[in-house]
Design a binder for this molecule. Structure first.
Ligand code: C5P
Length: 314
């Protein structure tokens, strides 16, 4: 085949705790990541030239080498020069549905789709963990985007352990269209405010990881207890993003007034989400939030938990 279309789903964080600093300048994290069926479509087609090219009709997505999907194709070219010599460059077309700068891993999932797509197009036969390892060199969330489903992510976010699939949980998401949050800014500000309390000893880090691993959120997921999962949602980055953006804090409060299973900001934000037990409840809540806020800048979506990451589109 000379072309592939891939489904590239967004993620939300059900849990995000910042444990400490890492020697590489990143943060030591413990997170629970969840794929949702709000997704981009990424088409990859051999273009018969010696160049990789990226196309996206969304005005905020760069069509140049700064695009993470383009960088993923260049990484594959560098790692597999014989395949590139044989098959040539690719055109990557991104049909964007996931909002940009939203805390939903939109850029990372596009890059993950390119890695999976080139593995197929070039018939490399890489294992999922080999693709994840390549992805980790480009961004911390990419390995999870490849794997998808529900997972515990540690280290920089690239060390993954699969958790049981969660079915029949629905999500309402909301984001102010004109507001994006820079992930480096969020982590840098967190370090400035809370760096004093970071765990420093390897033993303490290990112990805290163990506590989370055997703690209530992982138990709630094991029991597929959506009420507990909703109650236990946690994200350290809310402590810096919500004070800086009172409208996002207010949106989270509005979400909570509708008494979903739980409501929180995803990743470094500013997307806010709520969890519900049925699509009907999710649609009702979306309508209710839309009529309560009436801000034309607010976008709302309903999505469902998804048990897998990148997939070839049917
Ligand atoms: O890995 P990625 O490029 O997605 O990370 C974006 C930024 O988020 C990093 O440059 C860093 O500032 C911050 N980050 C961090 N610790 C992590 C993951 C990300 O400090 N574990």
């Amino acid at each position: 085949m000379r072309s592939y279309s891939l489904i590239a789903p967004a993620k939300i964080n059900l849990y995000l705790e910042i444990l400490g600093d890492r020697p590489d300048g990143f943060h030591e994290l413990v997170m629970v990541m969840q794929s949702i069926d709000l997704a981009d479509q990424v088409d990859i087609r051999a273009n018969g030239t010696n160049d990789n090219r990226v196309f996206c009709d969304h005005p905020q997505v760069p069509n140049d080498p700064s695009n993470l999907a383009y960088r993923a194709a260049e990484l594959m070219r560098q790692q597999f020069p014989a395949a590139f010599a044989r098959y040539g460059g690719v055109d990557i077309t991104i049909h964007k549905h996931i909002p940009i700068g939203a805390g939903l891993a939109g850029g990372s999932t596009n890059a993950a789709a390119v890695l999976v797509g080139l593995d197929l197009l070039w018939e490399l036969g890489l294992t999922q963990s080999e693709i994840q390892e390549l992805g980790a060199t480009l961004g911390s969330d990419i390995p999870f985007c490849v794997m998808g489903g529900t997972a515990l992510a540690t280290g920089r976010g690239e060390e993954l352990a699969a958790l049981p699939d969660l079915e029949n949980i629905y999500v309402v998401l909301a984001k102010y269209r004109s507001l994006s949050v820079s992930t480096p800014w969020a982590y840098k500000t967190y370090r400035q405010k809370f760096g004093e309390s970071y765990l420093k000893e390897p033993h303490d880090l290990q112990q805290r990881l163990q506590q989370v691993h055997s703690g209530p959120m992982i138990a709630a997921i094991a029991h597929r207890d959506s009420v507990e999962i909703g109650r236990l949602l946690y994200n350290d980055l809310e402590k810096v993003v919500l004070p800086a953006h009172p409208n996002v804090a207010a949106l989270r409060d509005t979400f909570q007034q509708f008494q979903p299973l739980g409501a929180m900001m995803s990743g470094s934000g500013p997307t806010v989400f709520a969890l519900l037990n049925s699509r009907e409840q999710a649609n009702q809540m979306k309508q209710a939030v839309a009529s309560k806020t009436t801000d034309p800048d607010l976008d709302l979506w309903v999505a469902e938990f998804r048990p897998c990451g990148i997939q070839v589109a049917k």
